[in-house]
Design a protein around this ligand. Structure first.
Ligand code: NAD
Ligand code: UDP
Ligand code: UDP
Length: 311
């Protein structure tokens, strides 16, 4: 049994991770400032004596004795991370420094939730980990993209300089129950719009692509990465390689929900990547043949049931 700290644990992915690690019998400290997360995501865990919920902002130092740290604290949806871009950068960078300082002091293993955004609007397709990316350093997405890139640099430097036991995963678009219905990401927007019979908002011509993984597949990948050997420190892509356009995504959601919502077209946000697909051969090879198990239809059905309940 380990004592595990999860920053951003009250968010979408973090709350699934809290649940899973408690189920495995570990002690979990969930740390969050509730910017985009919500106590309701973890309220059902409060009765468990092995679970502890802490209101704290990762840009401030934090002291605890733990064996492992999953560093997820950071708003992930473009409207939210762009709402206060300076704070987003502080969260990524100062949050990483504080959590790495903590890991160094207590000799904990620490995993960084990095992102496919480190590849920017990629010129190499699909994206292997060896690709350095094509990122605008001064645009409206930069606070997030460059913040996450800087955090990766800090992780590697804490490893090289201080022997901190680090892990970096690059998460590609993830969806599932407990996504915030108002956080502006494509899957939650389309499902909520379809269920309410509102217009489906396609940004641009809808031909931009993404590859979506179901949250349970990601959580499995995160845990396997954390459990991998200390000498394995290179960043690893975790995502579902099935790629499709936002128009196809809208049509799939309309089909499953049997909604009569109409598609409407809105301007494409600045620097919106045109295509994105993970090369997951490294994860497959290094993480005991990890690969996504849940297909889009199944994942969307589970997610739509969740939204049906809360709407
Ligand atoms: P989320 O917004 O639901 O969760 C982020 C959590 O971090 C929230 O609970 C929020 O309140 C908390 N937080 C934000 N700033 C904080 C701060 N300064 N101090 C303490 N807590 C803070 O997003 P998510 O989708 O669950 O993403 C979790 C992590 O995974 C993020 O780091 C994100 O960048 C990364 N990621 C997510 C995706 C995806 O598709 N969901 C893709 C790539 C990377
Ligand atoms: N830190 C923390 N918790 C700890 C240990 C360190 O939050 O248990 C913070 C500490 O406040 C510092 C940061 O982590 O700002 C980086 O720590 P490190 O030891 O690397 O650097 P230093 O303290 O020498 O600046
Ligand atoms: N998108 C869309 N309609 C929406 C929300 C998003 O067409 O209501 C598009 C968005 O422009 C992007 C894709 O869907 O091309 C994925 O957006 P999301 O914000 O979910 O993730 P990210 O852009 O960070 O991959």
């Amino acid at each position: 049994m380990k004592r595990i700290l999860i920053t951003g644990g009250a968010g979408f992915i973090g709350s699934h991770l809290c649940e899973r690690l408690l189920k495995e019998g570990h002690e979990v400290i969930c740390l969050d400032n509730y910017f985009t997360g919500n106590k309701r995501n973890v309220i059902h865990l409060l009765a468990n004596p092995l679970f502890e919920l802490v209101r704290h902002d990762v840009i401030e130092p934090y002291y605890a004795e733990v064996d492992e740290i999953y560093n997820l604290a950071c708003p992930a949806s473009p409207p939210h991370y762009q709402y206060n871009p300076i704070k987003t950068m502080k969260t990524s960078v100062m949050g990483a420094i504080n959590m790495l300082g903590l890991a160094k002091r207590v000799n904990a293993k620490i995993l960084q939730a990095s992102t496919s955004e480190v590849y920017g609007d990629p010129k190499v397709h699909p994206q292997p980990e060896s690709y350095w990316g094509h990122v605008n350093p001064i645009g409206i997405r930069s606070c997030y993209d460059e913040g996450k890139r800087c955090a990766e640099t800090l992780f590697m430097d804490y490893h090289r300089q201080n022997n901190v036991r680090i892990k970096i995963i690059r998460i590609f678009n993830t969806y599932g129950p407990k996504m915030n219905p108002f956080d502006g990401r494509v899957v939650s927007n389309f499902i909520v719009q379809a269920l309410k019979g509102e217009d489906i908002t396609i940004y641009g011509d809808g031909k931009q692509t993404r590859s979506f993984q179901y949250v349970d597949d990601l959580v499995e990948g995160m845990i396997r990465m954390m459990n991998s050997e200390d000498v394995f420190i290179v960043p690893v892509n975790i995502g579902n390689p099935k790629e499709f356009t936002m128009l196809q995504m809208a049509e799939k959601i309309l089909e499953i929900t049997k909604s009569k919502s109409k598609l409407i077209f809105k301007p494409l946000p600045q620097d919106d990547p045109t295509q994105r697909q993970p090369d997951i051969s490294l994860a497959y090879k290094s993480l005991e043949k990890w690969e996504p198990q849940i297909d889009l239809e199944d994942g969307l059905n589970r997610t739509i049931s969740f939204f049906n309940e809360i709407i």
